[in-house]
Design a protein around this ligand. Sequence first.
Ligand SMILES: [Zn+2]
Length: 373
Amino acid sequence: MATTDEGGAGESEERRICSLHAVPKRILPASVTPMRERLINLFGNKWVTGTVLHYYFFDRDTDGENVLLENGQTVFVPWKGAENEMQVARQAFDVWAQQGIGIRFEEVREREEAEIRIGFMRGDGAWSWLGREILDHGPNERTMNFGWNIAAPGELDTAIHEIGHTLGFPHEHQNPKAGIEWDEEAVYLDLARPPNEWDRAKTYWNIIRKLEPGEVEGTTWDPDSVMHYPFKAGLIRKPEHYFIHGLQPAGGLSERDRSWVKTLYPPTDDAAAPLLRPAQSVLVELAPGQQRDFRVAPQETRFYQFGTFGASDSVMVLFESDNHQLRYRIGDDDSGEDLNAYFRIKLFKGREYVLRVRMYHSERRDQTSVMMW
Ligand SMILES: [Zn+2]
């Protein structure tokens, strides 16, 4: 989403906005109740709080893609960005980090060490995969792209918006609670024109389609969210105010963006986390969205198994402390299944680890426990 300082009608003709890739809808078993489905939709792609996300900018001359032009020629389009654009992206990470959240961002020089890999491929739009979806892509693939110059005035919000997607936040204008009624043909037509030039499928996926209840944050619509696109007059039929005046989010993080990211990702205190010992089952007693953290300090080097027990949907993640930096080692998400979160991993004597368990939903709050053995 790009915003301009003025937001006048003339400016909005030039505006380019973020476009996410379509992903197939997750099909949950029929036995999953609506409440459980709502919670799975809400927490399904979010990180456990306390995650350190490492980001990397593509830096090799060979990083890029061959694009076929209309005249039949092929041209190589690099992913490498200019220093001032990388600087804007760094600034945008800081904007989120400054909210005092439990997610930290760390720049790294090696793509293999990064969860977030950023390209600046011109003409490929601005996009990011949503939340933990970014882990599904290999070290030579982008998880985020900026398709135009984000060092231009007013473009910092584009970078803040894309990082919002990486944190798992969807588009706010697709909030089913917004009650937006589109002039659909006007929207398709507007987005088909330069500079966006979107086909109908892309416009449907990113604008017209309503999200599932629970996929969006909070209970009400927030037209000032950084996750909301600007819209010119004539595209939103209802509420009527926006038909006449268009809709221009205030810019930057809204009040609700700030409070929601802190609710979802509260700071963690790993030093105060209890030690999880082998063969010791611990009751976690968590409400939806809550998380418990454990320190793990193996007394011997061997394979260990970790599991949750009880009728619940949870995500369980193990980090290794590497020079006081936490690195993601392994995770499992059992949501929507009749299984429990489980993994097996080799741990080393003398090293320190942190296990985090976040609950989406449990049948009985007092009946989920976690164990390593
Ligand atoms: Zn977006």
